[in-house]
Design a protein around this ligand. Structure first.
Ligand SMILES: [Fe+2]
Length: 378
């Protein structure tokens, strides 16, 4: 596996097996001295946190940590983490973990720089007095691509909604993509996060916001993910496959940051909000069916997806390949497996249509369209 360092846009990327050892160089490049790590208990218990702490120790860099990030992080949790970062005197954050830790770090970085504010206020409606303290993102899953952009999806328990936390200063300054840190991820979350990344790339290609640059990222992501996702699921210690997935998820993240997503994410967000299904599993349940629906408008684009996946270059082959990939890694289930019932379909369709992500779909769906897609997968 070759290693490289490059800088597309504003995120400096350090990719390669063992690249986490470059963390002190990344901190030095930012001219920072006091690093505060944002992570979750799973990463801490797996020994990944102590590995990072040892690397910082050996370089003589002071560090502290907050290890209580949970799935679906809240503004309360972020404000608590930010207080700990301020008490430590942090001048730099390391976001270490999956999407929840990376997303949370965007809010923590803003509140740590502006401690009289709450993260709930940083919803792009105000310009903070001070820019966020810089973030170095070290993902330990290959899915969200959160290391590529400046927003995090956060629960606000007061307003009882999810919102996007962040501002122009919360794009990570550096992303360290080390496949060795993803080797311990079990098959099911590997499959779910992998389908998330694949969906980001496919939806980016057909999004109304698609550009030639986002398409270039998305095509390379589809090639890497379709080639290596089954191996990453079935042979978790295969560093080559894990590297392809980490890079594929990152490229898909760059693509979606430029283009936006579409109806697969609209339905999956709504399903998860109603029954708490894991993001990737909810996507896998409807991805092929939404592609069938969209193919009336974007069949030529799906033909290019088929080409990327190494099957006959037509729309039907792309949809069949996506369905069989999801079946192969055992991630495609009916929505009833998450607790969705026929009585919920109308509400789930309403929430789907109200989600701004649905507005990027190549066809504006009617409620009947969404209802019939969901009902076909109960
Ligand atoms: Fe996603």
């Amino acid at each position: 596996m070759s290693s490289f360092i490059l800088t597309p846009g504003s995120v400096n990327i350090r990719f390669g097996a063992g690249s986490v050892s470059q963390l002190p160089e990344a901190v030095a490049a930012l001219n920072k001295r006091k690093v505060f790590i944002i992570t979750d208990p799973g990463v801490a218990n797996a020994g990944v946190l102590s590995k990072v702490e040892k690397i910082l120790d050996s370089a003589g860099i002071a560090h502290g940590s907050f290890t209580e990030i949970k799935p679906n992080p809240t503004t309360t949790l972020i404000d608590t983490a930010a207080k700990a970062a301020v008490a430590f005197g942090a001048d730099c954050l390391v976001a270490l973990g999956g999407g929840s830790s990376l997303d949370s770090s965007k809010g923590v970085a803003l509140v740590a720089a502006n401690p009289t504010f709450s993260s709930a206020q940083f919803n792009y409606s105000i310009t903070p007095e001070h820019p966020a303290i810089p973030i170095i993102a070290i993902p330990t899953t290959s899915g969200t691509g959160s290391e590529t952009n400046n927003w995090g999806v956060i629960d606000d328990p007061v307003r009882q909604c999810k919102f996007y936390v962040g501002d122009a200063s919360t794009t990570p300054a550096c992303a360290i993509l080390d496949p060795e840190l993803t080797l311990g991820l079990p098959p099911r979350p590997t499959a779910g996060t992998g389908i998330d990344a694949l969906t980001h790339a496919i939806e980016s290609l057909t999004s109304k916001g698609r550009t030639p640059v986002s398409a270039a990222y998305a095509h390379e992501a589809i090639k890497l993910i379709s080639k290596s996702l089954p191996t990453a699921v079935k042979e978790g210690s295969n560093v080559e496959a894990r590297g392809d997935m980490l890079l594929g998820a990152h490229l898909a993240g760059l693509a979606l940051t430029l283009s936006g997503l579409g109806l697969v994410h609209g339905i999956a967000h709504s399903v998860s909000a109603h029954v708490g299904a894991a993001h990737g599993e909810a996507l896998a349940a409807v991805l092929a069916e939404v592609m069938e629906y969209n193919s009336q408008a974007v069949a030529p684009i799906y033909a290019t997806v088929a080409n990327d996946m190494g099957v006959a270059a037509d729309s039907k082959s792309a949809i069949d390949a996506v369905r069989s990939l999801a079946d192969d890694i055992n991630i495609r289930q009916h929505l009833s497996a998450f607790g969705v019932t026929s009585e919920m379909v109308s509400d789930i369709a309403d929430t789907t249509l109200a989600d701004s992500v649905t507005g990027n779909n190549p066809i504006a769906p009617s409620k009947d369209d969404v209802t019939s897609i969901i009902a076909s997968r109960i």
